[in-house]
Design a protein around this ligand. Structure first.
Ligand code: ATP
Ligand code: MG
Length: 466
């Protein structure tokens, strides 16, 4: 229905009226603004979302190019066609950069204009560009793009498939940093029924508190000193689609309350505004914090938590799904081969062992970064283990599971003394550098342990019990 609406911005009454008549006859829904101020009112309120804007260059209250720039900043994606006065040289470079579609000089050749517009619409590049993008994104963010062979990964894909088919209004994704929360949110949007509508992302930790309300809810002109013009907030920009609220735990309490109201009532008010604006937005929130303790500490509203947690997706840390390491590593090797024009086709056994025993505190992101570095720096067709920078000593961060097992390589790459050193270092790290506990785990005495720590120059840590 809004597919066929056209906005004319033209101050000359005769030309404006003629264009309006012409396009109405062709079946367009035409709006006519006689000044930039008029056009702003139409375009920046939610009344009008034209497919094509036909704009004069010189208007009584400003310049058409400046207005296009302003519109692009407001994420208005209409195709823009300029009509310029006879003999004026258009600033075509700037217009092009701003994504204007074409120029016409006055007097207007209506046939030529109709051709340009036809090109911009149904069969034209506007639609094609958008739908190509949608298709590419949904390929890129299909459920299968969440890699891994572990039971947890299979379960996550199953959950993603189910959730994508359900019209939930809010959902919470939890997991440590780098576990794939951002990826899961994109998959949910692009595999769901809202894939053709916008996905708007905002990181609650990245925006200062005093700006956040206007950012989320928008503001009216003059709502506060720096609010010169009316502005649509992120919730409005996500209308029909999805708002991804990353690091939700960082959202201030007063805004948590407003967000809850927006979710429950499906209406918002802009800052400094009276009017209620109806919205249809799906909210996906992500957090790497334990929201339960945030609730206990009164940093997070319990009612908002319960509203969001009706649908939940919890992503376990990589160290609890080590079976994913192989598939993920292979996937990232392929990705960086492709990006960097490399031809790594083999991952040596030692590399596999290091990858599989590392504790991955940074989870999948850390793994991806390690593989990126190794692919880029390796010169042959085998991944060079050193570039993973997972030397056994570095691989010995404390791990939550498997604390009583170690993996050692018996291919001659580690001398007996190195193994001894590695075992001690790992055991220390796993027992929080408590010498007594470490000695017990290694079946030795504290004296022997101290002697070897000294001998190998190991860090004995600060939490020594005695
Ligand atoms: N299962 C997976 N399959 C493929 N790629 C993954 C998977 N999980 C994560 N990744 C990739 O790992 C990187 C980190 O993931 P992502 O950014 O989604 O983590 P996050 O949980 O949002 O982290 P943070 O809390 O730090 O924002 C991304 O490049 C993502 O595409
Ligand atoms: Mg993220």
């Amino acid at each position: 229905m809004m597919a066929d609406s056209l906005l004319i911005i033209e101050d000359e009454a005769l030309l404006g009226a003629e264009l309006q008549r012409h396009f109405r006859r062709d079946g367009w829904e035409v709006s006519w603004a006689r000044s930039i101020a008029d056009a702003q009112t139409l375009l920046f309120s939610d009344e009008l979302a034209p497919l094509v804007v036909l704009s004069d260059m010189n208007l009584p209250d400003g310049n058409g190019l400046d207005f296009l720039e302003q519109a692009r900043q407001q994420n208005i994606s209409a195709e823009w066609i300029f009509i310029t006065g006879y003999g004026t040289v258009p600033d075509s470079v700037r217009a092009l950069k701003l994504g204007a579609l074409d120029f016409l000089t006055k007097p207007c050749d209506l046939e030529r204009l109709a051709l340009i517009i036809a090109g911009a619409t149904r069969s034209g590049r506007a639609q094609r560009r958008v739908s190509d993008q949608v298709a590419a994104q949904s390929r890129r963010y299909s459920v299968d793009s969440f890699s891994g062979d572990s039971a947890a990964a299979v379960g996550t894909r199953d959950m993603l498939t189910r959730l994508a088919a359900v019209p939930y209004s809010a959902l919470l994704i939890s997991g440590e940093t780098g576990t794939g929360k951002g990826l899961a949110a994109r998959i949910l949007h692009h595999s769901g029924s809202r894939a053709n509508a916008p996905l708007v992302e905002v990181n609650c930790a990245a925006i200062p508190h005093e700006l956040m309300e206007a950012e989320l809810f928008g503001h009216e002109a003059g709502a506060f000193t720096s609010a010169k013009a009316r502005r649509r907030g992120l919730l409005e920009q996500a209308d029909g689609g999805t708002l991804f609220l990353d690091e939700l735990g960082e959202l201030a309490l007063d805004l948590q309350a407003k967000l809850l109201t927006a979710i429950e009532d499906k209406v918002i008010r802009r800052v400094g505004g009276e009017r209620e604006i109806r919205l249809d937005v799906q909210i996906i929130a992500a957090t790497n914090q334990d929201l339960h303790s945030a609730i206990t500490e009164r940093r997070f509203r319990e009612d908002l938590y319960h509203r969001l947690a009706v649908f939940q997706l919890a992503l376990p840390p990589l160290r609890q799904r080590r079976a994913d390491i192989r598939a993920l590593s292979q996937r990232f090797v392929t990705e960086f081969n492709h990006k960097a024009g490399k031809k790594i086709s083999r991952i040596p056994d030692l590399a596999w062992q290091l990858l599989e025993q590392h504790s991955w505190p940074g989870n999948v992101r850390e793994l991806r970064n390690a593989i990126e570095r190794a692919v880029l720096l390796s010169s042959g067709t085998a991944l060079e283990t050193d570039w993973l920078q997972l030397a056994p000593q570095r691989a010995s961060l404390p791990v939550a599971d498997n604390t009583d097992q170690l993996c050692l390589t018996l291919d001659g790459s580690m001398a007996l003394d190195d193994m001894d050193k590695y075992i001690i270092q790992s055991a220390l790290a796993r027992h929080a550098y408590n010498v007594t506990a470490t000695a017990r785990a290694l079946g030795t005495t504290r004296e022997t342990l101290r002697y070897r720590v000294e001998k190998y120059g190991l860090k004995s840590g600060s939490r020594d019990a005695d």
